[in-house]
Design a protein around this ligand. Structure first.
Ligand SMILES: [Zn+2]
Length: 157
């Protein structure tokens, strides 16, 4: 990545981390995502599964829905998705179906991830579009938002 591109990438991941923190404030598992087209954020969300009583309302799905609705199109070719945690199988499939160009994520998720962990969705012959993947962005911060959240939930209130 060029240096200026690296700085923009940092800013987008910081925006995704802000969404993750807001999700924690709603007592959601703190994962955040932003969707970027032509260098601008067009959608942003944290996890909303509890808020919406919708098990599919992961941050990645939420930003894909927002952007597709706004643009009035089902696919988002040329869009880049930034998410604080390695996407799960459901989200990896949605990212593929939406034709997302690049996927940037923070912390790896050995228990639930599907990019470099688990089923490695994008590497399967049944996957017909794979984004370029950049992992480990702001990894320490992305992971600490999650561990902080689960630690606080285990602590007696
Ligand atoms: Zn997911």
């Amino acid at each position: 990545m060029a240096k200026s591109e690296g700085l923009m990438t940092e800013g987008f991941m910081a925006a995704a981390l802000a969404e993750a923190r807001q999700a924690a404030d709603r007592d959601e598992v703190p994962v955040g995502a932003v969707l970027v087209i032509d260098g601008a954020i067009v959608a942003r969300s944290g996890n909303r599964t509890r808020t919406d009583n919708d098990i599919t309302a992961h941050a990645e799905i939420a930003v894909i829905r927002q952007a597709a609705a706004m643009l009035g199109q089902e696919r988002l070719a040329g869009a880049d998705l930034y998410v604080t945690l390695e996407p799960c199988t459901m989200c990896a499939a949605a990212i593929s179906f939406a034709r997302i160009r690049r996927l940037y994520y923070g912390a790896e998720d050995p228990k639930g991830g599907a990019v470099e962990s688990g089923v490695r969705f994008f590497a399967q012959p049944t996957c017909h579009h794979a984004p370029e993947v950049y992992s480990g962005l702001a990894e320490t911060e992305a992971a600490s938002v999650l561990t902080g959240f689960f630690r606080s939930r285990r602590a007696p209130r």
